[in-house]
Design a protein around this ligand. Structure first.
Ligand code: GTP
Length: 154
């Protein structure tokens, strides 16, 4: 278990165990690779981030992960796996989020990418992403760093 503060100084707990905080988390986040590149989305307010969002009523977290990748990037999934779960003690309440790693098979063009401007492909995530205003706050804490190490990309 790792504990650290996020960009807003909220306390975060991250674990690579099997659903340590909740069996039914309400949020998902998906680290995506497509053709050897990172697949992110450009959120209209927050900036560049891996796709994700809220689990909808009647949906499993895994189903939400697949849907969010499609909605925010047009990506179709070749393979997806759960890797971690984190707990954020936010000012307005707690958030529990599953992290997945997905291998993307194709990118479909969409009429809408919802709250985002759609897919962005990157060869590398910059080193000092926490000081880069192009990036979303959800890319700026230990969740990304530890997950990249866990996936052996760092
Ligand atoms: P909407 O309801 O979709 O408008 O978004 P929201 O930001 O109001 O709600 P959400 O439940 O997504 O997030 C509530 C708060 O939890 C955010 O303002 C953050 O402080 C925190 N939070 C949500 N997701 C993350 C995350 O991935 N990482 C970190 N560090 N904090 C998060």
């Amino acid at each position: 278990m790792y504990t650290f503060k996020d960009y807003y100084r909220n306390k975060v707990k991250l674990s690579f165990d099997d659903h340590p905080f909740s069996k039914e988390p309400k949020h998902v986040w998906v680290i995506c690779k497509y053709n050897g590149k990172w697949l992110l989305t450009r959120h209209k307010d927050r900036g560049l981030e891996f796709p994700g969002g809220k689990v909808e009523p009647g949906e499993s977290a895994g189903e939400a992960a697949v849907r969010e990748v499609m909605e925010e990037t047009g990506g179709t999934i070749r393979k997806i796996r759960y890797i971690a779960q984190y707990f954020v003690a936010g000012k307005a309440g707690n958030v529990i989020k599953n992290v997945y790693y997905a291998d993307i098979a194709s990118l479909l063009n969409r009429d809408t990418y919802y709250e985002t401007d759609g897919p962005v492909l990157l060869d590398a995530i910059p080193e000092n992403v926490d000081q880069n205003e192009l990036y979303s706050f959800i890319m700026k804490d230990g969740v990304l760093i530890h997950c990249m190490k866990y996936l052996k990309f760092k």
